[in-house]
Write a protein that binds this ligand. Structure first.
Ligand SMILES: [Zn+2]
Length: 369
């Protein structure tokens, strides 16, 4: 276990260096959602979950729903480039799925999966996941979805040469997950917004039961450099969910729901429509800060959990935390003068490639490009 921990920071650093700065401003300076990557889970010799009667596999359901969604987005938004990580029954490595999105400079990554449970339980419903840690109980880094996370991540064990490629990462070992929560700084807020859009749109059914939005350490989300969510559409092990998933009409309705979520997110992202964040009163309006007035700084992290300001992640820099909705944002290199903060940012971005310059006023954070 110790050995693994010593190796992981190297993976972490390599990952930081490998990921390009993703948010590209359009000509008018506004962010525009132009490219979406849809990722049908599993494929080829990795069937994913299998129904109890062994007649239906996750890989074919995820491909069908993804293809329907891709066609719907292409029709509704002709200017949006839609890329699939696979469009037939083939095995694609997790790392490759994330790299497809990164290399395309995608603005949104949607990974589609189907859930399952052991025999003897009848869990049902859909859930939406962003990167992070959903819970922390003592030394148990996360609890609620650990089985699911381990299972989805364990597909790397099917890859050739996975030991070299994933450098000691062991999907069954909670210690391996420690660094996951520190990524996706720039994208977590948008990821959570899209996740809420998905959760709300999916509520229309045919699978209506929501298991909520949570943050969990999925490898494929960790390696993407854009807002990313993973959707577990329903349970292949639940008879009602399975009946829905086996029906082409129902799969089409699910794809319709996902298109609706995509459209809502895109309009908000592009700034073409003002959309209130669902189920999040006070998302931006009730922010509070440790410091009042105006200051500038480098946002290095956004996360769902509270961190100690002495955490090694801050590398000795004095950090300020600002609560914003369900996220806590951490800002270092702060100054009352923009130019000074910009100088600090030039140094800090070498250590935190995912960071960006922000203006903070009365607890409201605004990104400065
Ligand atoms: Zn899966």
């Amino acid at each position: 276990m110790k050995r693994r921990l010593a190796i992981l920071p190297a993976v972490f650093t390599a990952a930081l260096l490998a990921i390009p700065m993703p948010m590209r401003a359009a000509d008018d300076g506004k962010l525009k959602l132009r490219t979406v990557v849809i990722d049908p889970g599993h494929g080829g010799h990795d069937p994913g979950c299998i129904s109890r009667d062994r007649k239906t596999s996750e890989k074919s359901l995820t491909l069908d729903i993804s293809q329907r969604l891709a066609r719907k987005i292409a029709t509704a938004w002709p200017d949006v480039k839609v890329i699939m990580t696979r469009s037939d029954d083939r095995y694609i490595e997790l790392e490759q799925r994330a790299m497809t999105a990164n290399n395309a400079g995608a603005d949104l990554f949607i990974s589609i999966h189907i859930n399952s449970v052991e025999r003897g339980t009848t869990a049902s419903g859909y859930s939406v996941h962003c990167l992070g840690q959903s819970a922390r109980k003592g030394n148990d880094l996360f609890s609620k979805n650990l089985d699911l996370v381990k299972r989805e991540n364990s597909v790397i064990l099917l890859e050739d040469d996975y030991k070299t490629k994933y450098q000691g990462f062991d999907p069954s070992d909670p210690q391996s997950y420690i660094f996951f929560s520190l990524m996706q700084n720039a994208h977590l807020e948008h990821s959570l917004l899209f996740a809420e859009d998905v959760a709300q749109a999916m509520g229309k059914g045919p699978i209506k039961k929501s298991r909520g939005v949570s943050q969990d350490p999925f490898w494929v989300l960790w390696r993407t450099a854009m807002p990313s969510v993973l959707i577990e559409v329903g349970f292949i092990t639940n008879p009602d969910d399975l009946a829905v998933l086996r029906s082409p009409e129902s799969r089409d309705r699910i794809a319709d729901n996902l298109l609706k979520a995509f459209s809502t997110f895109k309009m908000r992202y592009d700034g073409t429509m003002r959309v209130e964040t669902p189920d999040e009163p006070g998302w931006e309006s009730e922010t509070k800060a440790d410091t009042a007035g105006v200051f500038y700084g480098t946002q290095v992290l956004a996360t769902g959990r509270k961190m100690s300001l002495d955490d090694p992640f801050f590398q000795g820099n004095q950090a300020v935390s600002v609560e914003s909705g369900r996220l806590i944002k951490y800002i270092v290199g702060t100054s009352g003068e923009l130019e000074k903060a910009r100088d600090n940012f030039r140094v800090l971005r070498k250590k935190y490639p995912d960071s960006f310059l922000v203006r903070v006023q009365d607890g409201r954070i605004e990104r400065i490009n």
